[in-house]
Design a protein around this ligand. Structure first.
Ligand SMILES: CC(C)(COP(=O)(O)OP(=O)(O)OC[C@H]1O[C@@H](n2cnc3c(N)ncnc32)[C@H](O)[C@@H]1OP(=O)(O)O)[C@@H](O)C(=O)NCCC(=O)NCCS
Length: 155
């Protein structure tokens, strides 16, 4: 599996993964997805094998003076490529981007019913910080998870 940052001609393959991974109301529209990817304070990591995209992850960051933070907009792996460590490696890549952007903490929302994603996040140091009612739609809550980001002291 190869990992690299997003290129402009990736959108069709990337959105096909969104269609395969999420049903409404969890699915981003094309317009929202384009906006998330185009944000200058974001990084989109792609996993691909023989030029076929297998997964992607989008990270956003913001730098309020009190606590620079990052947020995982989404992390998605095609069913045929799951349980091979692709999700874990995409997570590692977005965490590196968060660290490079100066973030001190990385946040994400995950559906309460999404056991595989919750397992992945908890196995990699994320802990539940809260629960937001009606996050995805009326009556569909999200769990809020966070992980502190270590910054090695500069010599
Ligand atoms: C959540 C998701 C991204 C995980 O992706 P993934 O590529 O399957 O993740 P990984 O392979 O890194 O880890 C998943 C499992 O595979 C196992 N695994 C990792 N590498 C492995 C390997 N080389 N061989 C066998 N198993 C392996 C992990 O231990 C883990 O097992 P566990 O779930 O029993 O703990 C994927 O299920 C997905 O895309 N779901 C739909 C979209 C989604 O819900 N995204 C999250 C939004 S919040």
């Amino acid at each position: 599996m190869d990992y690299r940052l997003y290129r402009d001609d990736d959108f069709t393959q990337l959105y096909n993964i969104e269609l395969a991974c999420f049903e409404p109301p969890f699915r981003f529209s094309r317009q929202t997805m384009r906006r998330l990817i185009a944000d200058p304070d974001s990084a989109t990591w792609i996993a691909e094998e023989q030029e076929q995209m297998a997964g992607f992850a989008i990270l956003y960051w913001a730098q309020p003076p009190e606590q620079p933070l990052a947020y995982i907009q989404t992390l998605e792996v095609l069913p045929a490529h799951r349980s091979r460590g692709v999700g874990r490696e995409l997570l590692r890549r977005v965490e590196e981007s968060a660290s490079s952007a100066g973030a001190h903490v990385i946040w994400l929302h995950v559906a309460e019913s999404n056991a595989p994603a919750i397992r992945l996040y908890e196995a990699h140091g994320y802990s539940q910080q809260g629960r937001e009612e009606n996050f995805y739609a009326k009556g569909i809550p999200a769990l809020l998870y966070a992980k502190p980001i270590e910054h090695s002291p500069t010599a």
